[in-house]
Design a protein around this ligand. Structure first.
Ligand code: HEC
Length: 430
């Protein structure tokens, strides 16, 4: 078959097959089709310095990993995405279309044609690995932290004074692990000098001051015009660090990049939660249900949801019970995977009137069938460490003074601003 193709392609193959003058317009080639597809869907993680173990940034890499790529895209293990496609639509939905999968497979089955190298994409441009453009400030942990070779490392709360002398509005931010080998995840909180009494327990309980999380699969924050987070003057950032020892002594010095908005936004983003601290997951339970419900005290606009559980997390749902008696399921993650602490960003923001009860339902698998389960014989309670459990539903929202009619108008503005932001990002990427 291959010989036949070679004959059909004539001189192209003899010239090394990398030069493609004989390639017809509609043929699938690396430079024309595959590189842009990998750029759009994979390279964010699959590049040198990305979170994934292999780079897909060149023809050689794409061809070299092809068999594995085919397997993971056909089984839809990659790109990672765990929400039920029948519930809601999400802006950051990473799933490939059937057409994209077909394009990849056809490219592989038609001899990995390279196409015209002169049309190759410029290299992936991420200065110092930041996933946002033009940060105004980069704040780093004041000292290197030493992580022992083995043992359990309790959560560490590391303080980073901002030095801000005025309130700052944050429109874009990204967090970077100093040493990706040991950083399991980072949660960044803001300690407001006007609420000095807040300790980490309170932060977790009510989500106050939560700014951004970092773990494999988390995305940078880049907000459209009109939205921003506030960091009050004099605040200290707290990096809650979860390290996992590697067998060798390691050091880490992680950092955050912030880009400021020029003015106070129309919508201040805050983080709210539903939490259940009181559960007990029995030994060997295959699907233990735990619920948490938060009433909404004021009208709000909901933008995104992030389920948080540990090794035994199995599934998670967000269901809004509106005051008029109607119900809407907003998110269903049927196969929660502890390694992917994904934030699900709603395609369109949702109005949540005061009096809504946000119900979240988690299921935990404490059986031996769960490959992550370190010990199915123990009853499990709330705790910081990954072999203990958490049941948190984070929500990103802003409080809203208007009613449902006002929201309809606000939503149109927000969607326009989002379009503009996306267009700007494209322009900057070019
Ligand atoms: C958000 C980050 C991210 C994106 C986007 C992503 N991957 Fe991955 N990928 C990972 C990580 C992390 C791993 C290693 C851990 C794992 O297998 O879950 C991985 C593993 C893989 C592997 C190795 C499989 C194995 O068995 O270990 C392949 C092949 C792969 N990805 C292909 C792709 C392709 C192709 C795309 C785009 C269509 C893609 N990935 C998109 C993060 C990502």
């Amino acid at each position: 078959m291959r010989i036949l193709n070679a004959c059909l392609l004539g001189g192209a193959l003899m010239a090394g097959a990398f030069v493609g003058p004989a390639i017809a317009e509609d043929e699938i080639t690396y430079t024309k089709d595959i590189a842009p597809l990998l750029r759009e869907n994979c390279e964010e993680c699959h590049r040198v310095g990305g979170v994934a173990p292999l780079a897909l940034s060149s023809y050689r890499q794409a061809k070299g990993w092809a068999a594995m790529v085919r397997e993971v895209v056909e089984s839809r293990r990659m790109p990672p995405w765990h929400a039920d496609p029948h519930v809601g639509t999400f802006r950051n939905d990473r799933r490939l279309s059937d057409e994209d999968i077909q394009t990849l497979v056809t490219w592989m089955e038609t001899g990995y044609k390279r196409g015209n190298p002169e049309e190759a994409l410029p290299p992936f441009d991420m200065p110092e690995g930041w996933r946002i453009k033009d940060p105004d400030v980069v704040l780093q942990m004041p000292e290197e932290v030493e992580i022992a070779a083995t043992g359990v490392v309790p959560y560490m709360n590391i303080e980073i004074p901002t030095g801000f002398t005025e309130d700052r509005w944050i429109e874009a931010m990204d967090v970077q692990a100093g040493n990706a080998k040991v950083v399991h995840h980072i949660l960044v909180y803001v300690r407001d000098p006007n609420h000095p009494g807040d300790d980490m327990g309170d932060f977790l309980k009510i989500g106050r001051g939560f700014l951004i999380g970092f773990a494999p699969g988390t995305v940078a924050v880049d907000l459209p015009k009109g939205m921003a987070y506030k960091i009050p003057a004099g605040s200290t950032l707290i990096f809650q660090m979860h390290y996992t020892p590697t067998g060798k002594p390691e050091t880490d010095q992680s950092k955050i990049a912030l880009r400021f908005a020029d003015e106070a936004p129309e919508h201040e983003l805050v983080t709210a939660t539903t939490v259940n601290f009181e559960f007990e997951i029995p030994p060997h339970a295959e699907s233990h249900r735990v619920e948490a419900t938060s009433p909404f005290p004021k009208n709000a606009i909901l933008y995104s949801m992030t389920p948080h559980m540990h090794y035994r997390g199995k599934s998670y749902e967000f269901i809004a019970h509106f005051p008029d008696g109607t119900t809407r399921k907003l998110l269903h993650v049927p196969n929660f995977d502890f390694n992917w602490q994904t934030t699900y960003i709603l395609q369109e923001p949702v109005f949540i009137p005061a009096g809504t009860r946000m119900e979240t339902i988690a299921h935990f698998d404490n059986s031996a069938n769960n490959p992550y389960n370190p010990d199915p014989s123990k009853p499990i309670h709330w705790g910081d460490q990954t072999w203990e459990e958490m049941m948190i539903g984070w929500m990103n929202l802003s409080w809203f003074d208007g009613d449902a009619d006002d929201f309809a108008e606000t939503k149109e503005e927000m969607l326009r601003a989002l379009e503009e932001r996306d267009a700007n990002q494209l322009a900057r990427a070019e």
